[in-house]
Design a protein around this ligand. Structure first.
Ligand SMILES: Cc1cc2nc3c(=O)[nH]c(=O)nc-3n(C[C@H](O)[C@H](O)[C@H](O)COP(=O)(O)OP(=O)(O)OC[C@H]3O[C@@H](n4cnc5c(N)ncnc54)[C@H](O)[C@@H]3O)c2cc1C
Length: 350
């Protein structure tokens, strides 16, 4: 008797924030898929602070497509919590502490800018000076939230396990044919790479201008500090549970391995020491590599030479915010119902 293996619609390679979210949406959209993930590789998602913030970067600029991205994520995460019965998403205000009176005035002027001012309160907030150095007040950023990334990924992995749709192994030597892709005797019509920084070594997508960025975070214990808000001044302080906080993060374009460094630890420790007035204890130190790109836009689309090889990656330092919106856009694209925005379509790279 010959047993025919089922033909999947897609293989998804990687189950970090990108692959897991895409897989969740694909299955809920009726697609037959199989996800492969090799745990314990460099997985950026495992150490992500989980910050969701529309005003980012050194200049605190409004993030790309902020309105679309924030509308979608504020729907997607609560809906996924409802469907799974597990909570991992929390609205949490962010206080961006001003460096100077000049910066404070600049922000008061920005409050007149339409499109922008819906994301912040223009009244400077002064935090408790016995806890933190805050001589110039702070901007209260709205729409910010925190995703418990580990809990979110565990929830989606359990969902995939229950569906028999995930296997924990390394994908190597995938065979690409005209109408199918084959791995370990199983077949799918197409493959979607969600392999994070591993795309730099991936035969099909290493040609893209990747620019991975190493980053480190500390887990610290602080007693009687703010646990109801995220605080940003050169570093982020993100409440976890009880007296635990994540402090991050560093940016280093030269370190290629997922290793923690003394320099990274010192940099974060010094910034925290200068910022808060309470004693703290470092209890953990983690490192990861962000799947960033040369032009700071994600990599979505079809390989120029293969009809059935796709990429969904390049999320850089904003995967938590980007994946709900971009996974929706990507599924519309592969089902022929929409286009990928030109800024993140890989066809932009010649
Ligand atoms: C220090 C630091 C702090 C961060 N903080 C935040 C934050 O606060 N907010 C935010 O939005 N983002 C943050 N990020 C960025 C965020 O982590 C990334 O945007 C996001 O996690 C990328 O997810 P991904 O699924 O694309 O990649 P990854 O998380 O790296 O996942 C890729 C997966 O693919 C698997 N894989 C690769 N190749 C293969 C293969 N051949 N076979 C099988 N499996 C394979 C890997 O094992 C891995 O599980 C931070 C990153 C760092 C480093």
């Amino acid at each position: 008797m010959v047993i025919f293996a089922p033909m999947f619609d897609f293989f998804v390679i990687g189950a970090g924030l990108s692959g897991s979210t895409l897989a969740w949406r694909l299955i809920n959209g009726g697609y037959k898929i199989k996800v492969f993930d090799k745990p314990k590789l460099n997985i950026s998602s495992n150490i992500a602070g989980g910050i969701i913030n529309p005003l980012t970067g050194k200049r605190t600029a409004l993030t790309w497509k902020a309105h679309d991205i924030f509308d979608e994520l504020h729907k997607f995460y609560p809906e996924t919590e409802n469907k799974t019965g597990i909570s991992f998403f929390k609205l949490m205000p962010t206080y961006k502490l001003f460096e100077s009176r000049f910066e404070q005035n600049e922000w008061l002027n920005k409050s007149a800018e339409k499109n922008y001012n819906c994301f912040f309160e223009n009244i400077p907030e002064y935090l408790d000076q016995s806890k933190i150095n805050n001589p110039f007040g702070s901007l209260l950023i709205k729409e910010t939230a925190k995703l418990d990334v580990k809990k979110y990924l565990n929830t989606l992995h359990n969902f995939l396990l229950n569906q028999n749709s995930i296997e924990f192994c390394m994908v190597e030597n995938l065979k690409i044919g005209n109408n199918s892709v084959t791995f370990n005797g199983e077949k799918a019509k197409a493959v979607i790479y969600c392999d994070g920084t591993f795309a730099t070594q991936n035969h099909y997508f290493s040609y893209l201008p990747h620019k991975p960025v190493h980053g480190e975070v500390l887990e610290v214990e602080i007693e009687n500090f703010y646990n109801d808000r995220m605080i940003n001044k050169g570093i982020f302080i993100i409440p976890q549970y009880k007296n635990k906080y994540i402090v991050g993060s560093t940016y280093n374009w030269n370190i290629k391995e997922t290793v923690t460094t003394q320099n990274g630890r010192d940099e974060l420790e010094k910034k925290l020491f200068n910022l808060i007035k309470l004693p703290f204890k470092i209890v953990n130190h983690f490192a990861g590599i962000r799947p960033s790109t040369n032009d700071r836009r994600p990599f979505l689309g079809k390989h120029p030479g293969y009809e059935n090889v796709f990429i969904f990656g390049g999320m850089g330092s904003k995967g938590v915010s980007l994946v709900p919106y971009l996974s929706k856009v990507f599924i519309n694209y592969i089902s022929g119902k929409g286009k990928i925005p030109s800024e993140c379509d890989i066809s932009r790279i010649k």
